[in-house]
Write a protein that binds this ligand. Structure first.
Ligand SMILES: [Zn+2]
Length: 142
């Protein structure tokens, strides 16, 4: 059964939803971005960081995925991101999706030390990215 952004309260498990709402209110949803108006990705900070991927069309959540091991489906991380999208998606800047699919495929083959190098290199070039990284990694994150 698909979930709808406007009906989160009736279409999700109450206990999980309240935990997800807490996560959202605590500002744990980071780095939300939208590709082509349909595909969404976000990081939710918790004891571990989780990556949430969603496909949403006309208010309907067609696909949701999280890399956590919670038994609940959708988990609190997915719900936190859905609250973010419902309440704050209008604040997001438009993204340029040129080459996105190709990059997504290609970087999945890169080893962590190369990814770390690329992140550091880009951080020295882009002040905005450096600020984002500093903000993302503060609060005693590993
Ligand atoms: Zn999760």
């Amino acid at each position: 059964m698909p979930i709808h952004l406007q009906h989160l309260e009736s279409e999700t498990n109450e206990k999980t939803r309240l935990r997800g709402y807490d996560y959202y209110c605590e500002g744990r949803v980071k780095s939300v971005f939208n590709i082509n108006g349909i595909e969404w990705m976000a990081v939710v900070q918790g004891y571990d960081d989780h990556v949430v991927q969603l496909n949403i069309t006309n208010d309907s959540v067609l696909r949701h995925e999280c890399n956590c091991s919670d038994a609940e489906d959708p988990c609190k991380h997915v719900i936190a991101v859905l609250y973010y999208i419902r309440n704050e998606a209008h604040k997001l800047k438009k993204t340029d999706a040129t080459g996105y699919e190709e990059i997504k495929e290609n970087i999945s083959y890169l080893p962590p030390h190369v990814l770390r190098y690329l992140i550091l290199k880009y951080a020295t070039i882009s002040k905005e990215f450096r600020k984002f990284l500093l903000d993302y990694t503060k609060d005693g994150k590993k």
